[in-house]
Design a protein around this ligand. Structure first.
Ligand code: SAH
Length: 371
């Protein structure tokens, strides 16, 4: 860790001050704002929809191929509404190319990552919502470096559009395909960047030319449990899936694993989760990283089952992906099986997340941290 911090100290000197905001992009704007932006450039309002169809519908990234826009207007429109936001630092693949992690550099130099995971019948994009994270969970690589800044709506959307483009262009093994699911489980706490994340969810789920046209149910927003923001999300009337990173059923342990628990303890987080489930009719996913001898005891499985029994929920156990320099490891497989058995025996639907991308540090800020 010490070594990697020294490495990153050099480019930091040359990065722009934090106050510099990412350039405005089409994907930051709703349809009305787009028409206004286009009109300001002296172009007819319908150009907004043309650009939307190219960017979201055809996944076009070459302005010269937007041939229904007059050649003379293309450069002006592209400069104002389709500025470059993210450049690829590198792609890292595994699972014969079906999993691909991308390290991106934003225009101010910050590094973020996204992961594309192709399964038979579905392709999930895991996106970052912030550069770094302020939540300081000690087992998470991103949590160690603190928050650098919020990503803009378009910087979030662009991670998905780039993945959709790679799939459409047959750059991912398995033939041409589409993104079917998006999970906000990359770097950052999405509900700490609430407005931009919500706008990104709208862009992802509105049909072209407004957005990418994914179904709301196929978008998962994962949170440490910022209770006021969960309540606010409940009020949005969206049908996205909510995931809560619980990791412990008791406040004493959760205070140490997810430090915001000292502000919003387990009972309050779960209450807010059940309100969300009631409002949407959707199962709330409870994320639980299995950490050897830390949170994997049979009594904790029983306590967790007691909290979740008869609720609209589903437990997603994640074998801990050990981060370099951390003292923690994944649970023993037999211990994990017993934990699963106790939850299921008590009627709590439980799955164990596959460990896709483990060998490429596919989870949790590890690639950006290693740079
Ligand atoms: N901030 C959000 C989303 C980020 S991470 C949240 O906390 O929910 C997505 C999930 O990966 C979270 O459940 C997080 O706790 C978990 N996670 C982070 N680091 C991990 C690691 N090293 N091994 C396994 N899961 C990890």
């Amino acid at each position: 860790m010490g070594h990697s911090h020294q490495m990153s100290a050099i480019p930091l000197v040359f990065t722009a001050p934090r106050a510099v905001r990412p350039a405005r992009h089409l994907a930051d704007l709703d349809p009305g704002q787009r028409r206004a932006a286009v009109a300001e450039l002296g172009e007819p309002a319908f150009r907004a929809d043309q650009l939307g169809r190219h960017y979201f519908g055809r996944l076009e990234d070459d302005v010269e191929r937007m041939t229904d826009v007059p050649a003379a207007a293309r450069a002006t429109l592209a400069e104002a509404l389709l500025p470059p936001l993210l450049t690829v630092v590198r792609h890292v693949g595994c699972d014969d190319g079906a999993t691909r992690k991308t390290l991106w550099r934003a225009m101010d130099g910050v590094l973020i990552e996204s992961v594309l995971m192709r399964y038979p019948g579905r392709t999930t994009l895991c996106v970052s919502s912030q550069a770094g994270c302020g939540m300081a969970c000690p087992f998470c690589a991103t949590g160690q470096s603190g928050l650098t800044r919020n990503l803009s709506t378009a910087e979030i959307v662009e991670q998905v559009v780039a993945g959709a483009r790679a799939l459409a262009r047959d750059e991912i093994p398995g033939g041409p395909g589409r993104v079917s699911n998006v999970v906000f489980m990359g770097m950052g706490e999405p509900l700490a960047n609430y407005q931009r994340v919500l706008a990104a969810v709208r862009r992802l789920t509105e049909p072209p030319p407004s957005g990418l046209g994914l179904s709301q149910r196929s978008v998962t927003v994962s949170t440490v449990g910022l209770v006021p923001a969960i309540r606010r999300l409940t009020g949005e009337g969206l049908n996205v899936t909510l995931a809560v990173s619980l990791h412990a059923p008791d406040d004493e342990l959760r205070d140490t694993l997810v430090p915001v628990n000292t502000r919003w303890p387990v009972a309050e987080v779960l209450d807010a989760a059940w309100e969300y489930a009631a409002a949407t009719g959707r199962r709330v996913s409870i994320e639980y990283a299995m950490i050897r001898d830390v949170n994997d005891q049979p009594w904790r499985a029983d306590l967790l089952a007691q909290l979740l029994r008869a609720r609209l929920t589903h437990v997603n156990l994640i074998p801990l992906n050990p981060t370099p320099g951390s003292r923690w490891d994944a649970s023993d497989p037999a211990v994990q099986r017993e934990f699963v058995r106790r939850l299921r025996d008590r009627g709590v639907p439980t799955t164990v997340r596959d460990t896709r991308g483990r060998e490429i540090a596919g989870a949790c800020g590890q690639l950006a941290a290693a740079d």
